[in-house]
Design a protein around this ligand. Structure first.
Ligand code: NAD
Length: 262
């Protein structure tokens, strides 16, 4: 193994499941010390255990990315423990409530936007002071939704949050280039994870559905949805010096799904 991230320190939010979990494991396998943050402590603990079992170094912290105090405390704690911060993977996210706009409550809207978009802002904000001297890589999990796909009716809050993340990523990339901090977004299509558990599909959705039958195999490059490990490969590339000239870029990882459905 090349150990591309030897001596680096990484934070992964939503690191207890799915894309975050696969990425935390991959970054650690390449030598990074990884602080796994998740709103569910048990999940984070389990990923820490697996990293250590593989011979890596990890911390597990219970963090709600919507809470400024919790995010700041957790970032500072990571740096106190390991003395630096190089890689920040802002990945925690939810689908939230999926409903017609007229039925979506202001609280539903806030929950999705606060988790996905404000969470990314908070993590970036509190990471910057620790990354300014040495530079580093910030990676944000956005989506094909809100950027290339607008046909998932009912996901207006989710799609807005994911489009907002890409705009924020581009603003941050330019602003932080002077510190040699790169900022990029990964935009997955359907990936097999636990995200449906954080999805509240309402019955009212039926009244706004557009009756379109997608052909079988809506990811023409693969048999079905992508795997978290495939996204983790992209995250590793963006985290490592192999992508040293890439910043301000949104990269789609969807087996051409968004080209078919966009
Ligand atoms: P997942 O549900 O398997 O994992 C998400 C993790 O985030 C969970 O462990 C959950 O406990 C944690 N989390 C939720 N709210 C949190 C909060 N407030 N603070 C801290 N942690 C929190 O889902 P996933 O599919 O791996 O999702 C990861 C990211 O990928 C999300 O941003 C999601 O929008 C994005 N994404 C997923 C897909 C997909 O098809 N799975 C497609 C495109 C984008």
């Amino acid at each position: 193994m090349k150990m591309r991230l030897k001596d680096k320190v990484a934070i992964v939010t939503g690191g207890g499941s799915g894309i975050g979990e696969a990425s935390a494991l991959k970054l650690a396998a390449e030598g990074a010390k990884v602080c796994v943050m998740d709103i569910e402590q048990k999940r984070a603990d389990e990923v820490k255990r697996r990293i250590e079992q593989n011979g890596g170094e990890a911390m597990a912290l219970e963090v709600d990315v919507t809470d400024p105090e919790q995010v700041k405390t957790a970032v500072d704690k990571t740096v106190r423990e390991w003395d630096r911060l190089d890689i920040v993977f802002s990945n925690a996210g939810i689908n939230g409530t999926v409903a017609p706009i007229e039925d979506l409550s202001p609280d539903d809207w806030d929950q999705t936007l606060t988790t996905n978009l404000k969470g990314t802002f908070l993590l970036t904000k509190y990471a910057i002071p620790h990354m300014k001297n040495r530079g580093g890589s910030i990676i944000i999990t956005s989506s094909i939704n809100g950027n290339r796909i607008f046909s998932n009716i009912g996901m207006s809050a989710y799609s807005s949050s994911k489009a907002g993340q890409v705009a924020f990523m581009k603003m941050a990339a330019l602003e932080l280039a002077r510190y040699k901090i790169r900022v990029n977004a990964v935009c997955p299509g359907a990936i097999e994870t636990k995200i449906e558990q954080n999805t509240n599909r309402t019955e009212a959705l039926e009244k706004v559905q557009i009756p379109v039958e997608f052909p079988e195999g809506d990811q023409p490059l693969s048999e079905g949805p992508g795997k978290p490990e495939q996204v983790a490969d992209l995250v590793l590339f963006l985290a490592s010096d192999d992508s040293s000239h890439i910043s301000g870029t949104d990269i789609y990882i969807d087996g051409t799904e968004s080209l078919l459905r966009g």
